[in-house]
Unconditional design. Structure first.
Length: 345
């Protein structure tokens, strides 16, 4: 009985040892095929942004004043009484169109008398030629008569005042029946299609504008947008305004722009547009050198860059990266060249 108990105890012990070996063996196999999570390779998580162009200009708004392209005072070339007015203020006129005419009855009488005088002298001259006497004196008298008749004819022509340019009658300073002295301005014509917008430029502004440049203008009231071409930039400063005048010609077919109106335009350098830039936080400094980490598939490439201007939180990149490349913006503090990373949103 006692021997049987000893044998049974030994059997239980052997079974226990066998079970323990199986458990240990199982654990060993599991470790070989599934490494512990703590032993996995942990990748640095980063955020990236794309290299692209930004507007680095310093746009400046300038005001301009609408003026007539041409403004002419129309003066009479003779004295007389205004017989007929053909226009009124606000009328559109074409070059050569009648504005007014004088009462020319007196001139008609003078013209007829001078014509008769010339005919008489011509007949006397023919008689002198036949008789061969007094020819020189009659020749002189005929020349004087011809000149006098030309002056009368010219005065007759000037009895009608016509528009020297296309435009709008903006001022009319006479009425029918009034007496006008030679040289008196009787009307003002302004050419308002096209109009000229005058803008005043500082020395800095001169670098933002050039001849034949197209500019957009905004009309405050009533609202509207117009485009014109720079036709003149003053080479000297206006001592009164301390500014350089520039003129922009703008079409005004619908008469929306009136002389004296105020308009605005934005000046900006085209070369300051589409400048490659990155957020300033992407730049890594080492001594006096600047670097960025460029994403290449799953790794990053440490690349030196040349910097330019700063605008708000943007840094101009002169060289070192190309448009479209992706650069690390967050998580680059401990990155190394060619390190594998995990990109997160």
């Amino acid at each position: 009985m006692m021997k049987w108990a000893i044998r049974r105890g030994r059997s239980i012990t052997l079974v226990g040892i066998s079970l323990l070996l199986i458990i240990i063996s199982g654990c060993t196999t599991t470790n070989e095929t599934n490494p512990l999570t703590s032993e996995e390779k942990v990748l640095t998580q980063v955020k990236v942004t794309e290299v692209k162009g930004y507007d680095f200009g310093d746009p400046k708004q300038l005001m301009g004043e609408v003026t007539a392209k041409q403004k002419m005072d129309v003066a009479t070339r003779v004295s007389g009484e205004v017989k007929t007015l053909y226009v009124k203020r606000g009328d559109h006129v074409k070059k050569g169109q009648k504005i007014l005419s004088f009462n020319n009855e007196r001139l008609k009488i003078l013209q007829e008398k001078q014509q008769q005088e010339l005919k008489y002298l011509q007949s006397q001259y023919a008689l002198a030629v036949r008789e061969d006497t007094g020819i020189e004196q009659l020749t002189l008298q005929m020349e004087q008569a011809v000149l006098a008749l030309k002056e009368i004819n010219l005065d007759q022509k000037n009895q009608t005042v016509v528009a020297p340019i296309d435009g709008v009658i903006t001022q009319l300073s006479t009425i029918e029946g009034s007496a006008v002295v030679e040289g008196t301005p009787v009307a003002t014509i302004q050419q308002l299609d096209p109009v000229v917008i005058v803008i005043k430029l500082s020395e800095y502004d001169l670098g933002l504008i050039k001849l034949n440049q197209q500019l957009d203008f905004n009309l405050v009231q009533p609202s509207g947008t117009f485009q014109g071409k720079v036709t003149y930039i003053s080479p000297v400063i206006d001592m009164e305004t301390k500014a350089f005048n520039a003129e922009v010609e703008v079409k005004n077919e619908k008469d929306q722009l009136k002389a004296g109106m105020q308009v605005s335009t934005i000046l900006d350098k085209k070369e300051d547009q589409n400048i490659l830039a990155l957020p300033s936080k992407t730049i890594v400094w080492e001594d006096d050198n600047s670097f960025v980490f460029v994403l290449k598939e799953t790794k990053v490439e440490k690349r030196q860059v040349e910097l330019g201007r700063v605008k708000e939180n943007l840094q101009e990149i002169i060289s070192g990266v190309k448009e479209g490349e992706k650069v690390v913006t967050e998580g680059h503090s401990r990155l190394k060249d060619q390190e594998e990373v995990q990109v997160i949103e």
